[in-house]
Design a binder for this molecule. Structure first.
Ligand SMILES: Cc1ncc(COP(=O)(O)O)c(C=O)c1O
Length: 401
């Protein structure tokens, strides 16, 4: 982290925690950005949101424009969130829900509530860099557990917990993204979900389930969430409206047993999230327009995923392997032996294409990090995606000469 010379005297006052964190990923200004994992800007539900905000401000301005600290969330939106899972989880009610400013905030709130300095959180190798930054900033020590084709490894979890206990580590939680993992796009099968719940229960650790890409289902419905399967016992679920509605709303939710929800609220120092935004989301989320919107964006993303899959086969086949993502926003590429992710990032940048090399998704040096690349299919239109992948193929040819 750098501070300008003028402010140099302030630098010595900065928390030492800043030096422990990697840089956040950013939006690139290259011609084609296959790096930033953002939704399609052309599919944002502008009109319904405009109407919803208008209605809220006309009908309920006082409640919408004041602190919501007693509740930490607009009650009808909490109800709407749990209604979606009520069929498989009958005992849940709104005392299980707190509304947060996006799942990034949710993860931070969970970390603030559970982590003491030096506590261990297990994360996937690879995993979401934002979670690495968040947990580390709250004083957690992170240890990685391998991911395989089914996601977070059950054998890896068991082994880490056993060796952790032998070394007297205080392992508190495992963080995982079972639906369309960021970055690997893995969809965890039902059996693996059940196994992880059983292991976590036996070792009495918490599972933090990140559902950021829930709803971006491109090949059918996923299995039930770990939270649903465990009926909330030992699992906290962090959800968001970012990927299905809009990132700029900064709105999401945490599902946890009522006693934990109370603790999560106690550890909020932000005077609650925006009630105005939650009320507007509620109008849209409970309207007939929402399922239509969801179907529409799934169609857009399915088309883009397929276009990228075909373009990779056409232009990059001899350089990469990948599995077709069943949802989410990413293709996770394994490079042919001898190719370097950092080299291809540099070469692709010269062609005007931004990609993310694997490095940022691993804790420290990991054998895989320089042979993995994440590319995003959600944000660019099909024509741009094809051209970007063509240029990526050209970059591979240049570096492999
Ligand atoms: C896995 C995962 N979790 C959480 C987030 C944070 O999303 P938001 O704070 O917008 O809900 C992201 C964003 O990219 C993500 O990929």
């Amino acid at each position: 982290m750098s501070v300008s010379d003028d402010d140099n005297w302030l630098r010595v006052l900065l928390s030492t925690r800043l030096d422990k964190l990697s840089s956040p990923t950013s939006i690139s200004n290259l011609k084609y950005d296959l790096n930033a994992g953002v939704p399609d800007s052309g599919s944002l539900p502008l009109e319904p949101l405009r109407r919803a905000f208008d209605e809220v401000l006309s009908l309920n301005p006082k409640q919408a424009l004041t602190y919501d600290t007693p509740n930490f969330g607009f009650e009808p939106l909490k109800e709407a969130v749990i209604e979606k899972i009520a069929e498989t989880f009958r005992d849940i009610d709104s005392s299980w829900v707190s509304l947060v400013s996006g799942s990034a905030h949710g993860l931070d709130n969970i970390a603030a509530t559970f982590v003491d300095e030096g506590d261990v959180i297990l994360v996937g190798a690879p995993t979401y860099p934002g979670a690495i930054r968040t947990f580390t900033s709250r004083g957690a020590k992170l240890i990685s557990v391998e991911q395989d084709e089914y996601g977070f490894s059950a054998a890896g979890l068991e082994a880490s917990l056993t060796t952790g206990a032998a070394s007297k580590l205080r392992i508190k939680a495992a963080y995982l993204i079972p639906n369309y993992d960021n970055p690997s796009s893995t969809l965890m099968p039902l059996e693996r979900r059940k196994t992880l719940i059983e292991i976590a229960r036996r070792h009495e650790i918490l599972l933090i389930e990140d559902g950021a890409y829930a709803g971006i289902d491109l090949s059918g419905a996923p299995p039930l969430s770990l939270f649903q399967l465990a009926q909330g016992r030992g699992v906290i679920y962090c959800g968001t409206f970012s990927k299905t509605i809009a990132t700029g709303l900064r709105s999401g939710y945490i599902l946890a047993p009522p006693a934990v929800t109370k603790a999560l609220k106690f550890m909020r120092f932000d005077n609650a999230s925006s009630s105005l935004v939650q009320q507007a989301i509620h109008k849209f989320y409970t309207s007939d327009e929402y399922p239509e919107h969801l179907e529409k964006i799934q169609k857009v993303y399915r088309g883009r995923r397929d276009v990228v899959t075909h373009a990779l086969d056409k232009y990059c086949k001899s350089f990469v392997n990948f599995s077709d993502p069943e949802g989410g926003f990413f293709h996770w590429l394994t490079l042919r032996e001898g190719l370097s992710a950092n080299e291809i990032r540099e070469a692709a940048a010269l062609q005007g294409v931004a990609i993310s090399p694997g490095q940022g998704y691993y804790l420290t040096d990991h054998g895989e990090q320089d042979s993995r690349v994440r590319i995003v299919f959600s944000a660019l239109d099909e024509e741009s995606l094809v051209d970007a992948i063509r240029l990526l193929g050209k970059s591979f040819e240049i570096i492999s000469k």
